[in-house]
Structures are given as C-alpha cells and as structure tokens.
Design a protein around this ligand. Structure first.
Ligand code: ASC
Length: 145
C-alpha cells in the first residue's frame, strides 16, 4: 500500500490525503475538469475560434500545467469505485504504465506553459497538439467511454 501511494504521489508538491474513496474520485475528476476548461480556452485561440491573446494564453496554460500535477494522487488503492467513475481497472493493474501516462501529461503541459510564456502562437500550437495527444492516449487506455 505504501509503495503504491508513493508511486502515484511521487511528483506531487504535497501528498494529498482523502477521507474516503468518494473524495479521491471527486478530487481527480475536479482537477481534470478544471484542467480541461482552461485547456479549451487555449484551444480556442489555437484553433482561431477566438482572437489570440498572449497574456490569456499564458495564464490559462499555467493553470493547465498546475492542474496536471494533481489528479494522479486521486487514483490511490481502493478508489476504483465509491462514486460514478469512468476510470478503468487497468489504472490499478498497469500502475507503471499509468504513471508514465501521467508523467507524460505533466511534461507536455509544462512545455505548453513554457511555450505560452514566449507568446509565440506557432510554438503554442505545436505544444497544444502534443498535450492533446497525451490527454487522448491516456483517455484511450484508461478511461471508459
Ligand atoms: C481537450 C480535452 C481533452 C483532450 C482530448 C484530446 O480539450 O478536454 O480530454 O483535449 O480530447 O484529444
């Protein structure tokens, strides 16, 4: 148990602790939801749906990168059920691979935040695509439809 908690929480600034599985599930879903909302705001600029605003892109990308650090601690042992969740059993049976997927998401979102800080839209577009790819890969493998 301790090693699993360590594995999933290794990159966290602070160990999150949860009173019950339901809290873990709500926590990870909340972090992923907030991340998605801010990612979409960057996406709207990348896709030209709204005008490019370098400051807003940087602020949103910063939130994405910060949120990307959080969900993983919410996938601890015994949190496969307890509230409605699309998390697949593979998260707990393929922990090393799941951890890699989380690390990839953190790495790509950090690159997105760095790109957004430069204000270069082409760099943001490239990093946005790579980040979306890491979201999708993890969802395909570990999130039920
Ligand atoms: C998003 C979002 C995701 C990813 C994924 C990329 O905007 O909410 O989960 O991009 O759809 O393919």
């Amino acid at each position: 148990m301790a090693s699993v908690a360590l594995l999933l929480g290794a990159s966290l600034p602070a160990q999150a602790q949860f009173a019950k599985p339901e809290d873990s599930i709500r926590y990870r879903q909340s972090a992923l939801f907030v991340m998605g909302q801010h990612f979409q705001r960057v996406g709207a600029m990348v896709n030209g749906r709204i005008p490019f605003d370098a400051k807003a892109a940087a602020e949103n990308a910063e939130v994405v990168a910060a949120m990307a650090k959080l969900p993983w601690a919410g996938f601890g042992p015994g949190t496969d059920k307890g509230a409605p969740t699309k998390a697949k059993a593979e998260i707990w049976t393929e922990q090393a691979k799941f951890r890699e997927a989380g690390e990839k998401a953190m790495a790509e979102t950090a690159k997105l935040a760095a790109a957004a800080k430069t204000g270069n839209l082409d760099a943001i577009k490239a990093a946005f695509g790579a980040t979306a790819g890491s979201c999708k890969a993890c969802h395909d493998a570990y999130r039920a439809q």
